[in-house]
Design a binder for this molecule. Structure first.
Ligand code: ADP
Ligand code: MG
Ligand code: MG
Length: 902
């Protein structure tokens, strides 16, 4: 087994074998960049180490010795020498960067003899003894597990004794004392003399690195971040000859990004420290300087740094994050990796690198993380101001963006003052459809219950309003008009800020940063639009939502929920009247008015989406969702009775009766969707008619409106045909009335398992399918999503019984299989059947990938996720085409060859 790779032997791409750090060091060595000579002990050896009862195989030690000799040759320094000693660092490094692993040991190889050699050779005893004390401290801490504080105390005492402030001011004499004390600390801890033989030191250090792989910190980190064995299996060990940044004022150590990770500006960005070593820059012992000042302080090294950064980018085609050390003017690289950047930085660098011809457009799109773009689409908290504010609690980040306003617990009050222009944050235990008017009137929503797909979360996301749900610490007392968490109180009218991107709730008005659609972002979206294959539509129920989605690049509306319109302030009363109507005639009269209102809504939305399809879904939720809940009504009734308010009492009583009448044990599987349409046909009739009327009106105005009508919750062709007959009647009535033909497609949602399984039957009548994957997921798992998210789902995720919530990312194996059945059997009847998806999954990049590969025509996502969806769709398209060329040409060639042979 080749256990050890000298840096010039390693392949920079083999991160699994060499670890990320090792692969980087090998690659840079191959590029002839100034990397101190060294070698990597592979992750395979780490595995062997554990198989071998935590012992290093003999052959590994032999190979290590050979490679040390190789370093000696390259550097001219000698291992364990009293004249010119070779010192090394021992560093861990797994396939992916992983905090929690062992700390690096620097200056290994020092002992009482070699320290004198280092002093003599460098003509700088202070430096030698500074290196020695650093070595013992790191070795003691990392290998022996000595508490760091013991060393710090000694160092502090030494500074006091010599009356200096800074480590770098300690003189040789003080450092000699520190070294002697440090050794005593270690010896007391282990009961053994401190190891003096450099090979002993090295072996102990290597073993300590391997052992840290299974250390608690590392195991927990891997667990938390789902780093499985196929991602990183064991750590490598890097042994690197030392470059000394602590050799005087012409020496330094630093960390830089090749481009600014905050905004992507093409200018190196980072910090350095003169006369320092290793982690001093990040440790905060001294305040590091901005790398720009290096231009004056160490001009030659600065030039080299800039050149090196350019070189690395040219090679990796990705901004880098590097570590360097300058030893008496000589520049050394100690690490490189792809720079982590925020969304703005990623966008700008993508566009810039294409302009610089460093990468092509495909790569520019592929390197983005679609989810990250969310940052650019919402107001964000000004992080720099956060320190002045108190965090009250943290809930589930349900709809991104930051908002400040006054806390209001009462729905009616929120509507009243919100509509007058006061910025309101609605604070509730949970929300119901009847609360929707308050959503319109509020700038943000905070609930103490519910999960990411609770009513509050879904509605807020649809409107693009910041929302936090499930802030379970928050105890709300509606009566007293206040809530408390963690000993802090928010009273009705107090100003608060919610960060829907992180879930944090703050007291007071935290300053925010406005989102802006930069030219670079527009450029990226433009490239993505041209690259993607699958259509992107929006879930939008308001003209404003439709307009926003269109501005972001949506090409149509995949889901327009009509119930949202009934929830608007001026409608809900009418809708309740409709539900309460005692006779059909009475109901029809109210419906007539509602129909007029719907018509005008449709007109506006269709106008906003002119030229693109708009899928209008008929009423879906059960009727009782529009009434106050029975418990609240009963409370109200009790109070009214106390006050003897007779007329009110009777009204409330009837509403309560009706609400109890309509109440269901399991509303999600209850009287809703097409089931309501069948038992209250007048509701669907009025809605269908409103769509036709709107289309007729827009035709008159010469607007290219393209509505289509969609039926929810369908489980059988009988149901669908039943509604289709109503649709057909209204259609011919309308065609007569307006003397023209209408092209308004009639389709069905596929959100009931039976619908997916009998899609071939449904396809005879349906002119399009749209997968409602929220309900389909519930039905497939038999999980009621609200209960699941509130109760057991978090534990399922924790125990890894589920990788991600199936309500967030499409369950490809289960729900995905049903979808495939639905798609193929639907298209077996109508080969060109339009099939889309309108669940919340439509905005999830992973789910979009699945939809692309399954041949869906479009995904529909909430307006604020449109840019994310467009980029994700482009990536899905590129994935396919980048796979193809490598396979197809081969098979074509083969085919040709065969043909020739014949
Ligand atoms: P981490 O993964 O925590 O960054 P590293 O192994 O990169 O740990 O090392 C910690 C610090 O020590 C870094 O600042 C690195 O540049 C420095 N360092 C590591 N090896 C050497 C070396 N051979 N010469 C000089 N500095 C080194
Ligand atoms: Mg570290
Ligand atoms: Mg590092």
């Amino acid at each position: 087994m080749k256990a050890v790779y000298f840096f010039d032997e390693g392949d920079g791409k083999n991160r699994k074998l060499l670890g990320g750090k090792g692969a980087g060091l090998c690659e840079m060595t191959r590029l002839k960049l100034p990397v101190p000579p060294g070698f990597v002990i592979t992750t395979e050896v780490c595995k062997k180490y554990y198989e071998n009862n935590k012992k290093l195989p003999k052959e590994v030690i032999t190979q290590v010795k050979k490679n040390i000799a190789k370093i000696e040759k390259k550097t001219g320094k000698k291992w364990n020498s009293k004249d010119n000693p070779l010192l090394v660092s021992v560093r861990s490094g797994a396939a992916i960067s992983m905090p929690g692993m062992m700390d690096t040991i620097l200056n290994l190889g020092l002992n009482d003899k070699t320290v004198e050699g280092l002093a003599k050779k460098s003509n700088n005893p202070r430096f030698a003894w500074d290196s020695y004390r650093r070595f013992i401290q790191l070795f003691g801490k990392v290998v022996f597990g000595v508490d760091d504080k013991k060393f710090d105390d000694v160092l502090d005492q030494a500074k006091k004794n010599q009356a200096v402030q800074s480590d770098s001011a300690l003189n040789e004499k003080s450092l000699r004392c520190v070294v002697s004390d440090y050794k005593k600390i270690c010896e007391k801890h282990t009961g053994q003399p401190f190891p003096v033989n450099p090979f002993d030191q090295l072996e102990l250090a290597i073993k300590a690195v391997f052992s840290s792989w299974m250390g608690e910190r590392a195991v927990v980190y891997r667990d938390k971040n789902s780093i499985t064995k196929d991602i990183a299996d064991g750590t490598a060990v890097n042994v690197v000859s030392m470059a000394f940044g602590n050799m005087g004022n012409d020496s330094a150590t630093g960390v830089v990004f090749t481009r600014n990770p905050g905004d992507g500006t093409n200018h190196i960005f980072g910090d350095y420290l003169i006369n320092a070593q290793g982690e001093d820059v990040v440790a905060g012992i001294r305040t590091p300087k901005h790398v720009d000042t290096m231009k004056d302080e160490l001009p030659e090294s600065y030039k080299q740094l800039v050149k090196t950064c350019e070189r690395l980018e040219k090679h990796y085609k990705e901004p880098q994050d590097i570590e360097f050390t300058i030893e008496q003017g000589d520049f050394y690289l100690l690490q490189t990796r792809s720079a982590k950047m925020n969304a703005a930085g990623m966008i700008k660098t993508s566009v810039d690198m294409v302009k610089e011809k460093l990468i092509n457009k495909d790569r520019a799109l592929q390197r983005l993380q679609p989810e990250q773009l969310e940052q650019l689409l919402h107001k964000t908290i000004d992080q720099s101001k956060l320190k002045d504010f108190t965090q009250v609690t943290k809930g589930i980040a349900a709809s991104p963006g930051a908002a400040s306003g006054i806390a209001v617990f009462d729905v009616k009050k929120a509507v009243e003052i919100g509509e007058k222009g006061t910025k309101v944050i609605l604070v509730r235990e949970e929300t119901k459809p009847e609360d929707v008017p308050a959503f319109f009137a509020s700038v943000g929503i905070l609930t103490s219950r519910g999960g990411k797909t609770s009513h509050a979360a879904v509605v807020a996301r649809g409107m693009g309003k910041p929302c936090i749900v499930g802030a379970s610490e928050l105890k709300i007392d509606y009566e007293a008009g206040k809530c408390t968490a963690d000993g802090k109180t928010i009273s009705d009218g107090d100003s608060i800020t919610i960060d829907g991107s992180s879930g944090a709730v703050y007291l007071g008005e935290v300053p925010t940063i406005e989102p802006k659609m930069t030219d670079n972002f527009k450029t990226i979206l433009d490239w993505a639009q041209k690259t993607k294959k699958i259509g992107i539509r929006a879930n939008a129920d308001t003209p404003a939502g439709a307009q926003l989605a269109r501005n972001y690049g949506a090409q149509g509306i995949g889901l327009c929920r009509t119930e949202r319109m009934f929830n608007a302030q001026d409608r809900i009363g009418l809708f309740v009247d409709m539900i309460m109507a005692k006779t059909i005639q009475e109901r029809k009269k109210v419906l007539e008015k509602l129909g007029q209102l719907q018509k005008s809504d449709f007109i506006q939305i269709l106008k906003a989406m002119e030229g693109y399809p708009v899928t209008i879904r008929l009423l879906d939720p059960p009727l009782h969702e529009f009434l106050p809940n029975p418990e609240e009504l009963a409370n109200k009734l009790r109070k009214l009775e106390e006050q003897n308010a007779t007329s009110e009492i009777n009204k409330t009583k009837t509403v309560l009766e009706r609400a109890r009448d309509l109440a269901e044990i399991n509303p999600m599987m209850g009287h809703r969707g097409v089931r309501v349409g069948i038992t209250y046909p007048e509701i669907y009739e009025i809605q269908i008619r409103a769509v036709f009327e709107a289309a007729a009106e827009l035709a008159k105005q010469k607007v290219d409106a393209r509505p289509q009508i969609m039926i929810p919750q369908v489980s059988s062709i009988a149901e669908l045909n039943h509604i289709k007959r109503i649709y057909d009647e209204i259609k011919s009535e309308m065609q007569k009335k307006y003397g023209r033909k209408f092209k308004i497609n009639f389709g069905t949602m596929i959100e009931v398992v039976r619908a997916a399984l009998t899609a071939n039957e449904l396809a005879h009548t349906a002119e399009f399918f749209s997968f409602g994957t929220n309900d389909l997921t519930q039905a497939t798992f038999s999980f009621s999503r609200e209960d699941a998210e509130g109760k057991f789902l978090p534990e399922y995720l924790e125990k890894e019984l589920l990788e991600t919530s199936p309500f967030q990312s499409l369950d490809v194996n289960g729900v995905g299989s049903l979808m495939k059945i639905g798609i193929s059997s639907g298209r077996s009847i109508k080969p060109n059947l339009e099939v889309g998806i309108c669940g919340e999954h439509g905005g999830d990049p992973k789910s979009i990938k699945f939809c692309h590969h399954s041949g869906l025509n479009y995904v529909s996502a909430s307006p604020h996720r449109i840019p994310i969806a467009i980029v994700a769709a482009a990536q899905a398209a590129l994935e396919k085409s980048s796979k193809k060329p490598s396979k197809k040409p081969k098979s074509k060639k083969k085919a040709k060859k065969k043909a020739k042979r014949r």
